[in-house]
Design a protein around this ligand. Sequence first.
Ligand SMILES: Cc1ncc(COP(=O)(O)O)c(C=O)c1O
Length: 391
Amino acid sequence: MTLLSQRSRNASAEFALVEDFFLRSSSGEARNAEEACDFSFGNPHEMPLAGLVEALARNLQPQNPQWFAYKISEPEPRAFIAKALSSELGLDFEPEDIALTHGAFAAIALAFCLVLDAGDEVIIPVPGWFCYASMLRAADLVPVKVGLSEPDFDLDLEAIDAAITPRTRMVVVNSPHNPTGRVYSQEQLQALADLLDSASNRIGARIWLLSDEPYRRIRFNHTPFVSPAALYPWTLIDYSYGKVLLAPGQRLGYLAISPRLPAEQRAELQGATFSVQMSMGWTFPSALMQYSVASLENVSIDLDALATKRDLMLHSLEQWGYQMVHPEGTFYLWGEAPGGDALRFIETLAARSVFVLPGTLFERRRHFRISLTANIEMIERALPIFRDAIG
Ligand SMILES: Cc1ncc(COP(=O)(O)O)c(C=O)c1O
């Protein structure tokens, strides 16, 4: 008989494929070998950004006895982010709209805790980030997986509408999208906002939109970005600095309440974030990261170098016959495995020390994902192996 709770068993079941790949498969270990070309997860393969290191080093020096005291959502970084986000998104955020968190993970969990109850249904995209379902299960919530339209991986509004039931309370939108790199247009998001408004009226309960935006600043060719928070008042934004800094182990992010939310509801949420963050455990970022917020505002991975890697890989792979999606953002490439069998394809590559993620981790067995956080030497070593694999 198991001692584990039902919800932890449900969460583990949702996470089983990723856990196997990450911890137990032969790929798991071999990815760390010196000769490995690691395109699997969005982890750094180059030295950390100087701007990040400088900010951390500077703020490591205590300026008063309280320097490393408990931190909540501190007023200074909160006000800074409210101002920066207002100008980035063209919305009027107040400091109280911003809850500083331990990365996007904690912001997402905070959003679930703030507005959802056990048993509520949450629509998540498929393919999509592999942690939504397990996070929902761990919180006793019910993931409802809705496919994106193929082959373009746009939002499938009809499928979303059809998946809404009287228990639906949230729809997660992730743009720029992991794993496809799609950035949704204003028209699509407006149509989704209209749909959610009428569906909320139909079921007699408000459906929230969680806009998962950790890749918001990683876009190519000036692709415009519109946050759903500008179009649908019942939107919560989660953000992480882990992507743009390519330092996901230094946890910093936030949850932001849409300023378009009706005033009374906005005030209710603003008033609740502190106690909910406390109740969930210590979801606040560390002191060091909070002090660094202002210095990190303009620190970023080199987007031109990323675009060069994207173009080199896309051009080569397509020339050899791979069917790839052209990402408008993120640091991923998503394409069809030759022969349509992702597991066989990743084994072929892994045998020659090239590691990519199988689409099965995103519930798509024909596809694979490449993380462009691999360094240029890895890309150059791997390209002939990709060419042979389609041979
Ligand atoms: C779509 C998406 N959302 C949220 C996260 C979580 O970000 P963080 O680990 O920086 O909290 C990730 C990380 O991979 C992601 O890809």
